[in-house]
Design a binder for this molecule. Structure first.
Ligand code: UDP
Ligand code: MG
Length: 316
């Protein structure tokens, strides 16, 4: 690394028109602080299909270190971060939300911690959001911590910092951005955590309600599976298969014995339905997990870009 550290700040934004310029101003003053004066930087806005004036606001910023990539439609935060990761050129990569809830003043602390860890996750210990968000989030974090064994309190915090080799090695899609510390840890990198100050949202609305959280819960199965068995899917599916197959044999023997003893086996349609649903359910889950494995092993850029200042820079 050169003596002048290089910073890439990635900000995914979806309908944040009132926040863009103020966020830029705050970032700019932080990046001009004496402690960061040696640092060079780029700020990458990913406009994730905004339908308001977000893109126009970003384009008002007169600073060649500010880049913007605009998506064709709203693909979600994971896709936006993934795109930013691919574009980033800095030694250190910082992601933050574009709604002014994350405070740029934390950047020097993140950089300091990056000397000790491959990745540092923010922890909004005093999160300034309604209880309808903070409570499910607490449950989510406890469960994820329990299942993945990664000791982080705020998996989904948008404010995070990485050494650049980490971001080049993780593949985000769907709702997987919620589990970044687990995915990073599973790759073998170290994960640190710092508490960060959090401000209430003043302009615009939160895009993440309970329904997106529920969608994200399914991905916990994916993450658990990936963390444990990526290379040996047979160890999961074979296990399920043996369990089901054996239960089937035992039940059949029991029925045959009943029948041989001249007893009535009975006439139970629900029994049939129960078996049918359990078996098909298990098969569908297995199929889904195999689908996830395939998706995850590809480098899937499933977003379409409408505008890319990086490409324009290269003379297109
Ligand atoms: N965001 C995005 N795409 C989306 C939803 C959100 O890029 O589909 C951005 C949003 O503009 C913000 C950040 O992700 O910069 C965090 O979103 P939000 O503040 O709505 O989530 P919350 O903090 O309420 O969980
Ligand atoms: Mg927010």
């Amino acid at each position: 690394m050169s003596s002048k550290p290089n910073l890439s700040i990635i900000i995914p934004v979806h309908n944040e028109e009132e926040n863009i310029l103020e966020l830029y101003e705050r970032l700019y003053s932080t990046l001009s602080l004496p402690s960061l004066i040696e640092t060079t930087y780029e700020i990458i806005f990913i406009d994730d299909g905004s339908t308001d004036g977000t893109f126009e606001e970003i384009k008002k910023i007169k600073n060649s270190k500010v880049k913007v990539v605009r998506f064709q439609r709203n693909y979600g935060k994971a896709a936006a971060l993934s795109c930013g990761f691919k574009r980033s050129k800095g030694d250190f990569v910082i992601t933050m939300d574009g709604d002014l809830q994350d405070d740029p003043k934390e950047i020097p602390r993140f950089i300091e911690e990056l000397k000790r860890y491959d990745m540092v996750s923010g922890w909004k210990n005093k999160r300034q959001d309604p209880i309808s968000k903070t409570l499910p989030s607490k449950v989510f974090n406890r469960l994820t911590r329990f299942i993945t064994g990664v000791e982080v309190h705020d998996f989904n915090c948008g404010y995070k910092a990485y050494n650049n080799y980490v971001v080049k090695n993780i593949n985000l899609y769907g709702e997987l951005h919620r589990y970044i510390p687990a995915l990073v840890y599973w790759k073998g990198y170290t994960v640190g955590e710092i508490e960060v100050e959090h401000h209430p949202r003043v302009h615009g609305e939160s895009k993440y309600g309970i329904e997106r959280l529920l969608k994200g819960f399914l991905d916990l199965i994916t993450v658990t599976f990936l963390m444990m068995y990526k290379k040996r899917p047979l160890h999961v599916f074979g296990g399920i298969g043996i369990l089901f197959g054996l239960s089937g044999v035992i039940i059949s023997i029991y029925l045959i014995v009943l029948w041989a003893a001249g007893l009535k086996i009975g006439d139970r349609p629900l029994l049939m339905l129960g078996i049918l649903l359990t078996v098909t359910g298990a098969q569908f889950i297995s199929l889904g997990l195999i689908g996830e494995l395939i998706t995850n092993s590809r480098n899937n850029d499933d977003y379409v870009i409408k505008y890319d200042s990086y490409e324009l820079e290269n003379g297109r």
